[in-house]
Design a protein around this ligand. Structure first.
Ligand code: BES
Ligand code: ZN
Length: 635
């Protein structure tokens, strides 16, 4: 069980005494004065009160030479208003050639449309004239090479070096850059697709894939479960498939499949634990696709086919909390979905809590607690980096803000701590039953923060009146400062690391006598991430000499080490840092390294030089994120 915190420093930082002035959102300052409508998705133009997509059909050609997807999307809609004469869809940087409409089984007829001016965050609303009774539209369109939700990977950036690779990343609001659609998590639809690719390549989607099918460049794929657009995903590459369990397997380039199959061999066990905790797994299969290293995330929970970074394949399963996390989204997120991006914490906080529970079950509580402790440290960093004080809350007004810019560890870690708080108060048995009930009662629905609070009040708080007052729930969800009675995890393994670090810093334990042989990347991260600010380059060099940290093959250790090396001015690490930044595109690694670099004029110059070269290799989302770090540093 969790024990009360000895992480005094963390608790202090998180209590939120150092408050920054909250800034008014810029893009839609006017909207901010209107009262917030919690049911509404301010990140979509779609008129979902009049039409709702029930089924989506894609027919797309993948043109690697022009970096364009071209073809049609058909939307079969539920008409909620008999009189509505306009359908409004989300798009960003797509070229629309033609729009047709039809009613029921009727024939297609061309209809008129307009594309609004482009909003920097939301893109362009596509307004389609809907004839009376029309409930289907078909749009002929093409994407642009700069589409924010696509990465066109060159052959040199792949493992095989021979074929190009394409993948999508639709969360949060990037589906609109490759599918004109009602791009809001409020709406879910089934989908099917016909994807044409170069003959040697295979297309896979967040849907029913058939690995045995002939490679002929013409693939038909369907998704029988309704999903929001942010979970529609496509990848095209020289992919192989290898089963690892009765309902799980790996898609990857040939040279990557084997390592991935070993690293992720516990997946089937994780699915079993997930089912015991949260109820039946409702997506039939859980396969994983390993992407090229430029993938900007660790993982993305695309239903039936999680997308993964290859940087988590490190040989010792130390990175598999990532799998537990993406798998847990099969319940928290994919089954019960955040209604709008204001409710993102419902997806990620619940998932983070469940991740650690799965890790406890399979690898033991000691491992789970290390993962929790590392998560807490991320929360401390997120609080320190918050540009808006309100962003420290779980649910907050995001009007006028780009979800990618708002993104931080706060919804993950504060959300997890909120769940842990409830678990501690009500006991594990009652809390587990409550969570499982939440998933069962709302399967395949989108829910708001306030829906969750209402369910919590009815099912848990009311069962033991006075145990947790409603005001406490509001504090967790809406206040910036962390509640003082949050229950933090304590890792015994990390306490030992702390003792060794302290002795080494005091000079009583020589570098050669540090007992690191049993350490996994977790202990190394904890050891390095908590080095004091005044550590000298000479002492950093001692560590490097003894443990060859600059050459660390493990990406997590490398990232923590590079931050220490940059901070202390340990110059011998710079060439390795440059190579790393050119190879890897995962933001969890890039952002902390760039943030550390830009703190000094020399580091900023180095960051700018490396970024100029690395930029075309990063995903558009990763490019934007590094750009923000460099721009903020120049202010
Ligand atoms: N759904 C997220 C990734 C995401 C979030 C993409 C918001 C776009 C917008 C995914 O489940 C995730 O949280 N990935 C983490 C995994 C980690 C917390 C184990 C990541 O990529 O680092
Ligand atoms: Zn997640």
């Amino acid at each position: 069980m969790m024990r009360a915190s000895k992480l005094a420093a963390a608790a202090l930082l998180l209590s939120g005494c150092a408050q920054q002035p909250s800034q008014a959102p810029s893009a839609t300052a006017a909207a901010a004065v209107e009262p917030l409508d919690i049911q509404r998705d301010y990140h979509s133009y779609a008129n979902t009160r009049e039409f709702r997509t029930e089924h989506l059909l894609l027919d797309l050609g993948v043109d690697f030479s022009r970096r364009v997807l071209e073809g049609t999307v058909e939307l079969r809609l539920q008409r909620l208003s008999a009189t509505a004469a306009e359908l409004v869809l989300d798009t960003r940087d797509v070229d629309i050639a033609q729009v047709e409409a039809a009613a029921g089984q009727g024939t297609w007829t061309a209809t008129t449309f307009t594309l609004d001016p482009r909003d920097a965050i939301l893109g362009s609303a596509l307004r389609i004239a809907m004839p009376p009774a029309a409930d289907r539209v078909r749009i002929r369109y093409a994407t642009r090479p700069e589409a924010s939700g696509l990465q066109w990977v060159t052959p040199e950036q792949t493992a095989g070096k021979k074929h190009p690779f394409l993948y999508t990343q639709s969360q949060a609001i990037h589906a609109r850059s490759w599918i004109p659609s009602q791009d809001t998590p409020l709406v879910r639809s089934t989908y099917e697709a016909r994807i044409r690719t170069p003959k040697q390549l295979l297309a896979v989607m967040s849907a029913v894939n058939r690995p045995e099918q002939k490679r002929d460049g013409d693939y038909r794929i369907r998704m029988p479960q309704p999903v929001p657009t942010y979970l529609i995903a496509l990848a095209v590459g020289d992919l192989k498939f290898r089963p690892i369990g009765k309902r799980s397997g790996i898609y990857a380039e040939r040279s990557v499949v084997r390592g991935a199959a070993y690293e992720f061999e516990d997946t089937e066990k994780m699915i079993d634990v997930g089912e015991r905790l949260m109820g039946p797994y409702r997506w039939s299969r859980y396969d994983m696709l390993v992407l090229p290293p430029s993938f900007p995330y660790g993982g993305m929970e695309n239903p039936r086919l999680t997308f993964l970074t290859p940087t988590s394949i490190v040989g010792d399963k130390s990175g598999v909390a990532l799998i537990a996390h993406e798998l847990a989204h099969s319940w928290s997120g994919n089954l019960v979905t955040n209604a709008t991006w204001r409710d993102f914490w419902l997806n990620e906080g619940t998932t983070t809590y469940l991740t650690y529970r799965i890790m406890d079950e399979i690898y033991g509580q000691a491992r789970g607690d290390m993962e929790r402790a590392l998560g807490q440290q991320q929360l401390v960093e997120a609080f320190a980096q918050a540009t808006h004080d309100g962003d420290k809350a779980l649910a907050f007004d995001q009007r006028g803000r780009d979800p990618d810019e708002v993104f931080s560890s706060t919804p993950y870690q504060r959300g997890h701590l909120f769940m842990t708080y409830l678990e501690t108060k009500f006991g594990r048995a009652r809390f587990d039953a409550f969570l499982r009930g939440w998933f069962d009662a709302h399967a395949f629905q989108s829910k708001t923060t306030e829906d969750f609070i209402a369910y919590l009040e009815a099912k848990l708080l009311a069962s033991d009146p006075g145990l947790v007052p409603r005001a406490k729930i509001d504090e967790w969800i809406y206040a910036s400062a962390m509640p003082a009675d949050a229950v933090y995890a304590q890792s015994d393994a990390f306490a030992k690391v702390d003792a060794q670090r302290a002795a080494w810093l005091a000079g009583t334990l020589p570098t050669a006598r540090l007992k690191t042989r049993q350490w996994t990347s977790h202990e190394w991260r904890h050891f390095l991430d908590n080095m004091p600010a005044e550590l000298t380059a000479a002492r950093a060099a001692e560590l490097d000499r003894q443990f060859k940290l600059t050459q660390a093959p493990n990406n997590y250790i490398a990232t923590s080490w590079f931050r220490v090396a940059i901070r202390t001015g340990h110059a011998p690490a710079l060439p390795a840092i440059e190579r790393f930044l050119l190879r890897v595109g995962r933001m969890l690694f890039l952002n902390p390294i760039y943030r550390e670099l830009v703190k000094t004029p020399d580091g900023l110059a180095f960051a700018q030089r490396v970024f100029a070269q690395a930029r075309p290799r990063y995903h558009p989302i990763g490019q934007a994120s590094v750009e923000r770090i460099i721009k903020d540093a120049q202010k």
